[in-house]
Design a binder for this molecule. Structure first.
Ligand SMILES: Cc1cc2nc3c(=O)[nH]c(=O)nc-3n(C[C@H](O)[C@H](O)[C@H](O)COP(=O)(O)OP(=O)(O)OC[C@H]3O[C@@H](n4cnc5c(N)ncnc54)[C@H](O)[C@@H]3O)c2cc1C
Length: 423
């Protein structure tokens, strides 16, 4: 029986040496926040720990780009960028758990901000990769429109550590919005889909829009301090006041400070419970013009906010259930979700991406349902010891996937097991 050794390189050269000097199979490990996503890693000869590969290599504030070593926790990178008023417009739940930049790319993770900014696939403009034979491959760079960087980056996005080791990643940046506010509406998924159609069909420009199976639709707006209140009010008017809830009953110092400075009232009421208001009335114009309490004054305040934290905890799943990530055409998402025996759901009604918790025995049928809708699904986590299929029916491009694997890692050294039974 082979013994697994752990190697922790601290720069590109020692990473390359580690790959060259290791005989046999290699599991790539970042911070471990998604260690059980996709198929379970088969026993490997060595684990390559990327958490020693940290730090910003170059930050070009004027060009709004940053290159960073792949083991850097994104949370740490955001902290370093904050004094410049810039950030990576990416808010996957596990960033708070210490997820690394490389791990986030390799798992194709994303958060609510994907509605506007897409996933990391859309924000990565260059990568440096170490392949199984020790080749150091670079693509892209600091130029946002660099066609050469396009394909290799996208190949590694969602590769779950099976094609190569991401060593360095170049990311495009965006300005941190001056202010953010969230409207929360208690409603069923069906009602949320109607609201989503109104929001997406109008000039409201939501920064994020997610429904959770707690029965809440969260709509985040971002913008300038001057304009945001009016935009929030316009949206609230379009949706009707009856369902708008103030979820800021809990303490949030940033929001409280902002509210006090703006002279907004302390107690705005909580609105009716789900089902209190018939659909016809929901569409009616608001009967009063109560100001909507601000939930956050900046992105960090929003991140602290309880509804979004609750959202993130649902995305993380629960140990007794299997967690499945689903992507279908947004208009099909409510029907697909309605057919699944879900214990909990977060649903991006504008992105078509959902995370659901299911009994492990229901996962195979769930994969098949998503596939039948033309979507994709992948297992994120499963109860300890449970055998749960990570992937559903193979995609039509399976031959291409196998050819790419055979080209980049012909001996199957990286991440054995992750894509079973596809390859
Ligand atoms: C505006 C908008 C419109 C959209 N319209 C559509 C649409 O018309 N049709 C539609 O289907 N979706 C649509 N979506 C949803 C989104 O495009 C899908 O969720 C996405 O295509 C799923 O692929 P992904 O791998 O990027 O998913 P992710 O959630 O980013 O990835 C999930 C995991 O699945 C893996 N994976 C998924 N498919 C494969 C595969 N074939 N081979 C290997 N690994 C795989 C990824 O590697 C990753 O690990 C839309 C989204 C938005 C924002």
């Amino acid at each position: 029986m082979s013994t697994t050794t752990t190697i922790r390189p601290t720069d590109l050269r020692s990473l390359r040496d580690a790959v060259l000097d290791t005989a046999g199979t290699i599991g790539i490990a970042g911070a471990g926040t998604a260690a059980d996503w996709a198929g379970p890693l088969a026993p490997v000869d060595a684990v390559l720990d990327t958490t020693g590969l940290t730090g910003v290599i170059t930050h070009n504030p004027g060009d709004m780009t940053v290159s960073v070593r792949s083991g850097t926790p994104l949370r740490q990178l955001q902290d370093e960028l904050a004094p410049h008023g810039q950030h990576v417009s990416f808010d996957a739940a596990r960033i708070a758990d210490g997820a690394t930049v490389g791990g986030l790319v390799a798992t194709a993770d994303a958060g609510p901000a994907a509605l506007v900014f897409g996933s990391l696939r859309d924000l990565v403009i260059g990568v440096t990769i170490v392949l199984a034979d020790g080749t150091v491959a670079r693509s892209g760079g600091h130029v946002i429109k660099n066609v050469a960087g396009y394909d290799l980056t996208k190949l590694l996005h969602g590769s779950h550590g099976t094609l190569g080791v991401l060593a360095e990643v170049v990311l495009r940046l965006h300005p941190v919005p001056e202010r953010a506010a969230t409207l929360a509406i208690h409603c069923s998924l069906e009602e949320a889909a109607e609201h989503a159609a109104t929001v997406l069909g109008g000039p409201y420009e939501p920064a994020a829009m997610e429904w959770t199976s707690d029965g809440v639709l969260l709509i985040r707006l971002e913008g300038t301090a001057d304009a945001l209140d009016a935009r929030v009010q316009r949206l609230r008017t379009a949706l009707g006041t009856g369902e708008l809830l103030d979820l800021q009953a809990h303490s949030d110092q940033g929001a409280d400070r902002d509210r006090t400075e703006q002279g907004l009232p302390e107690n705005l009421g909580t609105g009716p419970e789900p089902g209190d208001v018939p659909p016809a009335e929901r569409a009616a114009p608001p009967s009063d013009e109560r100001p909507v309490r601000r939930i956050g004054t900046d992105e960090s305040a929003v991140r602290r906010d309880e509804p979004w934290e609750r959202y993130a905890s649902l995305v993380r799943g629960a140990p007794e259930f299997a967690t499945l990530r689903i992507g279908v055409r947004p208009s099909l998402l409510p029907a697909v979700l309605a057919d699944l025996p879900t214990e909990s759901v977060t649903a991006g009604l504008g992105t078509g991406v959902a995370t659901v918790a299911l009994p492990p025995a229901a996962v195979a049928a769930a994969h098949a349902r998503v596939h039948a809708a033309g979507g994709t699904s992948v297992l994120r986590s499963r109860p300890a010891g449970a055998e749960v299929p990570a992937w559903g029916p193979p995609p039509s491009a399976i031959a291409v996937l196998r050819a790419v694997k055979a080209e980049l890692d012909p001996q199957g050294r990286f991440g054995p097991g992750r894509f079973d039974p596809w390859m």
